[in-house]
Design a protein around this ligand. Structure first.
Ligand SMILES: Nc1ncnc2c1ncn2[C@@H]1O[C@H](CCC(=O)c2cccc(C(=O)O)c2)[C@@H](O)[C@H]1O
Ligand SMILES: [Zn+2]
Length: 354
């Protein structure tokens, strides 16, 4: 990707059109955090005891956050709207539809099953709902979905135990599950305490993708690498503060799942122009571009690619290379990866042809 820096040739409008049609992979996007304003409003209307607005326009204000803790508080009020297996199925199917509209061919969706099972959604019915939506989405939209089950760190070790059980029990574990994560606030939630749970998930064949360095410093990223054996890092934003860490990520080709607009919306970073994405590229770190909780942050994956194009001064070929980096860093099988890479190449050649 680096070779395209400084080659911002196409007009921005053309680049937006290029991005809109570019086949993409999304590696860091949360299930509940992807609920569109229409779905949130529909669920809120079904559950009038909730404080979530029923009017999609009022949601814009509701989704304006003062800090990360406020974001999590609002996030949990939306989690509270998901009360039945049918809510889970509808949400998952509609999320897939929104991804397909953006030419997302493959997505790893982060799901927090504990948040649903503790709200008395039957665990078997929960798994069936997400799998049913996954299969329907693949058949109807051609978008392949895979799951990352994450521990909500702040909820403690009981939630960790339950998440690990749901992810590793052969009778429950859904076919689409590929990875294991750790989310929520980082302050006061030390990564090493989750080592035994990650060990069990990894032993069961899952890949390790914890959030780290989003709201705390580079030491949390080191902890995620050392104790949780992270293969990719969710955000990793504050890695830029430690040159040795950047060198380590680059040398071991551990990708960062960068979500630029999310970091501004949760006030983890002051402005897009101050985002360390340029430092990551300069240090040779593999980056992937992602949307995190798109409607809550007023963004989508296409917009995140446009942001990356601006910050990294990328042209169409640079954007295609970025899209291929996400395919390479994904947990899709090799034939699946090759298929999307080929699609990206043919689309880009046709776009660039005179
Ligand atoms: N940018 C983000 N960075 C980090 N995480 C993010 C981000 N976006 C979304 N999340 C999600 O937030 C969840 C947090 C849930 C949580 O802490 C909690 C605590 C106590 C009770 C309950 C409950 O359900 O009752 C939940 C995480 O598991 C994660 O999947
Ligand atoms: Zn996230």
């Amino acid at each position: 990707m680096t070779e395209h820096l400084g080659a911002f040739a196409a007009a921005p409008r053309d680049l937006h059109a290029f991005i809109a049609g570019l086949p993409k992979a999304e590696l860091h996007v949360h299930h509940v955090g992807s609920a569109s304003p229409r779905i949130v409003a529909e669920l809120a209307a079904r559950h009038p005891d909730s404080k979530v607005p029923t009017d999609p326009e009022a949601l814009v204000d509701y989704f304006t956050f003062t800090d990360f803790a406020h974001f999590i508080e609002v996030y949990l009020s939306v989690v509270d709207l998901i009360r039945t297996p049918e809510d889970v199925r509808l949400l998952t199917y509609e999320v897939a539809r929104d991804l397909a509209r953006q030419q997302v061919r493959y997505a790893e969706l982060t799901i927090t099953p504990w948040s649903s099972t503790r709200r008395n959604i039957d665990e078997r019915a929960f798994m069936d709902a997400i799998e049913d939506a996954r299969k329907a989405a693949e058949a109807e939209f051609g978008t392949v979905l895979r799951w990352c089950f994450d521990i909500p760190g702040e909820a403690g070790l009981e939630a960790a135990e339950e998440t690990t059980r749901l992810a590793t029990d052969d009778r429950l574990r859904p076919e689409g599950l590929v990875s294991f994560g750790l989310g929520g606030p980082e302050i006061g939630v030390e990564r090493p305490q989750f080592k035994p749970y990650f060990d069990r998930a990894i032993a069961a064949g899952l890949r390790s993708v914890p959030h780290a360095g989003e709201t705390t410093g580079p030491e949390t990223v080191w902890d995620a690498l050392t104790h949780l054996r992270a293969e990719r890092i969710g955000h990793g934003t504050n890695s830029f503060q430690d040159p040795k860490l950047l060198a380590h990520l680059a040398e071991h080709r551990i990708p960062l799942e960068v979500c630029p607009t999310s970091n501004i919306a949760t006030r983890a970073v002051r402005s897009l122009d101050e985002h360390p994405i340029k430092e990551f590229v300069k240090a040779g770190v593999v980056i992937t571009i992602n949307s995190d909780d798109p409607p809550m942050f007023g963004t989508d994956l296409n917009n995140e690619y446009a942001v990356a194009a601006r910050l990294l001064k990328l042209d169409a070929q640079g954007l295609a290379d970025l899209a291929k980096s996400a395919v390479d860093a994904s947990f899709l099988d090799e034939p699946g990866k090759a298929g999307i890479r080929n699609e990206i190449d043919s689309y880009t050649s046709a776009w660039l042809a005179p």
